[in-house]
Write a new protein. Structure first.
Length: 498
């Protein structure tokens, strides 16, 4: 018996068959041909290069992938968090056969003769957080990734590890990884994604990957940016649209049509509240769109809020909102404003999550770190969303920065400044100039700024033309310079006292 071969088979773990069937089907399209010839290498280098203009300035995902599986996870992490991305490639490709690659990797590790990698490594000086991953090889960090770590200075960086495997070797991989990045300022929580045997990179859908990654993203405070350009991934693991319809002051009859028209125009976020007295109309509008086959219930994200008059019976009011809406669950429920007993209201919402009645929870009209910590003290869930007055002249930048640690997103009610102030916002000289520059309306410029600044916005309207106009913001992007011009309008002036 060839004991060397037996031991090799036992050790290869995650490599195993390493998608041999999938490799045959792919007919040479996998990433093993990392630098197949001079002509393609130049293009690969150009595609992989992270330029200063493209840099997010905060996070980057760096990964090595042998069979495309780690690549599928790395790309999803980058898309979900808004991080830049860089793929480590070896100068000489590994064999497609998992056993051969395992033998080569073991010899590289034994001798310390690590593989040469393509020399186009990203400059990490612009990044605070480096998310690093690769496949588990023989229960250790893959040798190409080990080579990258050998060449890279990670001091003063937060390093967050992830890996892919077939279900074994995680503890020894993490120990090996931690030893190789010991100069890092901080090492975050580790995540391993397990692929079944004979797997392929499309084993998991994007939604399944998101679900697996969500707790890890939350625990590492990797604040999620746009998932599709129109959504953000909340710390609860659910996606929330970045533009929605506000329904304050609309009665049931009016709001039913407003919601229906909004959904036809592409909206998937509707905001209501117990205090508004129109939850029934909101539910009817959503069902009308469902009945006509425009959407399914799971496509529409509905927010409501516990009003102060129900603070002494908050949990019961959850069921009452469900009944008025006609839904089996509420996507997001908020404590409407600060008031006596609001800590217990927040805990009631936590219980609603535990009981499957609510998917995500948050607070509204809480403007300081102290207020946020007070109302959530003792609760086991951090707010997914804080809905506040937030517009050109009152920007929640300080609070937004503070709650990043929890993965909490700020949502803007009155994104135009509110009734009596909309005209001032629309006619602001900066906004008017940008509207002309981008061939958009003032409303669209302001909403685009809101979204690019990391906020969710819920402009209110019952006018079908305005509803459609407010949603038409996904075909352009404000430059960094123009974003800063709008940021400079902040004068910390609130119009409401709620």
């Amino acid at each position: 018996m060839n004991w060397k071969k037996v031991i090799s088979i036992v050790l290869i773990g995650v490599l195993g068959l390493m998608c041999m069937a999938a490799c045959r089907a792919a007919a040479g399209t996998s990433e093993e041909s990392q630098v197949p010839d001079t002509s393609t290498a130049a293009q690969e280098n150009a595609d992989n290069e992270v330029t200063e203009d493209e840099s997010s300035g905060s996070m980057i995902v760096v990964y090595y992938s042998w069979s495309e599986n780690t690549k599928s996870i790395a790309k999803r992490i980058a898309e979900t968090t808004g991080a830049d991305i860089y793929e480590i490639r070896t100068v000489k490709a590994y064999p497609k056969d998992g056993y051969e690659t395992s033998d080569i990797a073991q010899e590289e590790r034994r001798t310390g003769n690590l593989p040469e990698i393509v020399d186009d490594l990203p400059d990490l000086k612009e990044y605070n957080t480096v998310i690093i991953g690769g496949p588990i090889w023989n229960a250790y960090v893959s040798t190409p990734l080990a080579r990258y770590l050998e060449l890279t200075d990670l001091s003063e960086k937060t390093v967050i590890p992830f890996s892919t495997s077939q279900g074994s070797g995680q503890s020894s991989y993490l120990k090996d990884f931690q030893e190789r990045v010991r100069t890092a300022e901080r090492i975050g929580e580790y995540k391993d994604i397990q692929f079944p045997a004979n797997y392929s990179s499309d084993t998991f859908s994007d939604e399944e990957i998101d679900e697996m990654l969500a707790p890890w993203i939350e625990s590492n405070s990797l604040v999620s940016k746009s998932v599709s350009g129109k959504e953000v991934l909340l710390n609860s693991g659910y996606k929330m649209p970045v533009i929605g319809l506000g329904t304050w002051t609309q009665d049931d009859k009016t709001v039913e049509m407003s919601v229906y028209e909004a959904i036809k125009d592409g909206y998937r976020l509707i905001d209501t509240a117990q205090y508004y007295g129109n939850e029934t109309g909101v539910g009817n509008g959503v069902r009308k769109a469902i009945d006509e086959g425009i959407v399914k219930r799971e496509d529409v994200f509905v927010t409501t809020k516990v009003m102060p008059g129900n603070y002494d019976r908050a949990y019961q009011s959850i069921d009452e909102s469900l009944a008025r809406l006609g839904f089996d669950y509420i996507d997001l429920m908020l404590v409407h404003q600060s008031g006596s007993g609001d800590e217990e209201v927040y805990k009631a919402l936590c219980q609603g999550v535990a009981d499957g009645k609510i998917r995500s929870i948050g607070i509204s009209n809480y403007y300081t770190a102290d207020e946020v910590e007070r109302v959530t003290d003792g609760a086991d869930i951090k707010p997914a969303v804080i809905q506040n007055e937030n517009h050109l002249y009152y920007q929640n930048t300080e609070l937004q920065e503070y709650v990043k640690q929890y993965g909490t997103v700020i949502e803007s009610w009155y994104p135009f400044g509110g009734r009596g102030h909309t005209s001032e916002s629309f006619n602001n000289e900066v906004i008017v100039e940008l509207a002309e520059k981008y061939n958009k309306t003032s409303a669209q410029i302001i909403l685009r700024w809101q979204v690019q600044a990391g906020y969710i916005a819920i402009p209110g309207s019952s006018d079908p033309n305005h509803i459609a106009e407010n949603y038409d913001i996904f075909d352009f992007e404000l430059s960094e310079e123009d974003m800063q011009c709008i940021n400079n309008l902040n004068r910390m002036e609130r119009y409401e006292i709620w």
